[in-house]
Design a protein around this ligand. Structure first.
Ligand code: FAE
Length: 528
């Protein structure tokens, strides 16, 4: 780490300490280290850099979610979403588009830097979190460590023993992972939906498994008892949780800022990366106001650059840099190896006597684990559908072992990337999910729901993913520690390192890989 400290001592310390709303000069603002984004990979980088005594600037395009709105809450509710729900939209775009084919789910909203974004490509749209904490603000909190054998298959050059002995435990510990009390789970009305789906899976001869979460289950039990304000038990999740969730702003990022070495700039989107003659990096960033208007274009300089903009954000920045010639030595693997983690969402219709309950916690705690079935590997999260009414729907997010991958290409006209994912790619995931759920339906004499995903006969939501993975795959676009090939002191720390599939919900893996990268980089990258 000597080099980073040397850089700091040499004067690369004039980092912007102003708030995002302060008027700043257009001159280059420098820091020894800059982290782009504030999701899982970025938050790990920021904490470990800060602890190492390195002055670090984190640049996040979303806002800091810490100020209550006129209703006294930081985040809006799922049932009555307002402008806080989605990133510069005039109408919400929830994953479930309809109920009984009725357009009753989505609402008109004002344009605002809301917390959930849905990024559209030709045949796939991608949900991502926007704000300090990235995906941790909007996700279901499921903190799942992948099966070791599958991790080793996906990352053959990574020492799996070291990951499972050191970095996964480290990640789970800082993330605040905990598990639901099994006795409470078995007795509470709030998880009846999960128990019903479990029984149906077991009837088909399938195995289910409890999955840990970063939602504080002690808080959830107090919510149920009426002694704490409800959040998971009030339908809150995809537009943010007002209580109970250990999102990154309360864990990694809070500790990072606590080191005194980390500064955060919000509502600033990095648009370009280039390299100065002395080998330092130069970033261009647009600062926006709450209407989305660009109020300033800024420049930053740094010696060490950590990319944590997520699979979409990081990949787009690097593909643009390669294609516009600002980082011409980036290799052809940048933009390749992207997948959806095989995501497919679906619902089953239960018999009238098999009620799932009007009360449903938004935090999933059970999965159907058929990953070991070599003929059709699927891990399906038993998802809630909290409407406050009995609806007899069992909902699932299936993670299938879809081997198809896509690449991003650069569209010079729009200065953005296009994704080569096709309907044929999605059909592979659907085929696998269908095989598993046909089996569950057959064992329980049940059918699929046809009314949830917009079109009249759409059973499988195969056109969106919660788990974008890849684009800058470890060992291909980068070395085995996330150092970008072709450049020194340039690192990827986020979900773009994962080669399109990890078999479970991905944030624990992303966090653990980032811990591994930072441990190595802080020791080894000491050359001035
Ligand atoms: P991510 O968390 O996406 O953070 C990237 C950050 O960078 C964001 O805050 C961006 O706004 C910011 N950014 C991007 N580009 C720029 C730029 N150019 N300039 C400045 N800032 C930028 O990245 N995973 C699980 O493991 N368990 C779950 O239960 C789960 N549920 C999910 C539910 C939903 C609705 C969604 C959307 C995702 C869910 N995920 C879940 C996925 C998980 O949140 C995701 O894999 C991670 O958040 C990805 O982490 P990254 O560090 O890659």
């Amino acid at each position: 780490m000597a080099a980073l400290q040397t850089a700091a001592a040499a004067g690369f310390t004039r980092i912007g300490l102003q708030s995002a709303s302060a008027v700043e000069p257009a001159a280059v603002d420098t820091a020894p280290a800059i982290v782009i984004g504030s999701g899982y990979g970025a938050a790990v980088a920021a904490l470990r850099l800060g602890q190492a005594g390195i002055r670090t600037l984190v640049i996040e395009m979303g806002r800091l979610w810490n100020t209550p709105g006129s209703d006294g809450k930081v985040f809006c509710s799922t049932s009555a979403p307002d402008e806080r729900s989605m990133w510069f939209r005039t109408r919400t775009e929830a994953p479930l588009a309809t109920f009984l084919w009725l357009d009753v789910v989505n609402r008109d909203i004002g344009r605002y830097p809301g917390v959930l974004d849905r990024v559209h490509f030709d045949h796939m749209s991608v949900y991502v979190g926007r704000g300090v904490g990235g995906g941790s603000l909007v996700n279901g909190g499921m903190a799942v460590t992948p099966p070791k054998a599958y991790f080793a298959e996906q990352f053959p050059a990574v020492d799996a023993d070291e990951m499972y002995g050191t970095y996964f435990p480290r990640a789970r510990s800082v993330l605040g992972v905990n598990s639901v009390d099994p006795a409470w789970f078995e007795s509470t009305a709030w998880y009846r939906f999960a128990r019903v789906s479990r029984a149906h899976a077991h009837k088909a001869g399938l195995r289910t498994t409890f999955v840990p979460n970063v939602y504080d289950f002690a808080h959830m039990q107090r919510e149920a008892a009426g002694t704490a304000t409800r959040s998971a038990l009030a339908g809150e999740v995809i537009y943010g949780n007002n209580h109970g969730k250990r999102s990154l702003d309360r864990t990694y990022l809070a500790s990072a800022l606590g080191t005194g070495n980390v500064t955060l700039h919000t509502l600033e989107k990095v648009t370009g990366i280039s390299r100065a003659a002395d080998g330092t990096y130069v970033l261009t960033a647009d600062r926006i106001d709450l209407t989305g208007r660009v109020v300033e274009t800024k420049q930053y300089g740094c010696t060490y650059l950590f990319l944590g903009g997520g699979s979409l954000g990081t990949t787009e920045l690097l593909v643009r840099a390669r294609e516009t010639g600002t980082l011409p030595a980036l290799n052809a693997s940048v933009g390749a190896g992207w997948g959806t983690n095989g995501n497919v969402m679906l619902g089953r219709a239960n018999h009238l006597w098999d009620t799932v309950g009007a009360d449903q916690s938004t935090m999933p705690v059970l999965g159907i684990d058929d990953w070991a079935n070599a003929a059709n590997p699927v891990f399906a999260e038993i998802a809630p559908l909290p409407t406050g009414l009995e609806h007899w729907v069992s909902l699932y997010l299936a993670i299938t072992k879809n081997p198809r991958r896509a690449s991003f290409s650069y569209d010079a006209a729009t200065r953005s990337v296009k994704l080569g994912w096709t309907a044929a790619h999605s059909a592979v995931s659907v085929g696998m999910a269908k095989k598993l759920f046909d089996r569950i339906n057959a064992a329980n004499s049940t059918i699929y729901r046809y009314d949830l995903f917009g079109a009249a006969d759409k059973v499988f939501a195969d056109d969106f993913t919660y788990h974008p993975l890849g684009g800058c795959v470890l060992g291909r676009a980068t070395d085995d520690y996330g150092r970008v090939k072709g450049y020194s002191k340039l690192y990827v720390t986020d979900g773009s390192l994962v080669p399109g599939s990890i078999g479970v919900n991905p944030f624990v893996t992303i966090t653990a890989l980032a811990e591994r990268t930072m441990a190595r980089v802080l020791v080894e990258d000491t050359a001035p």
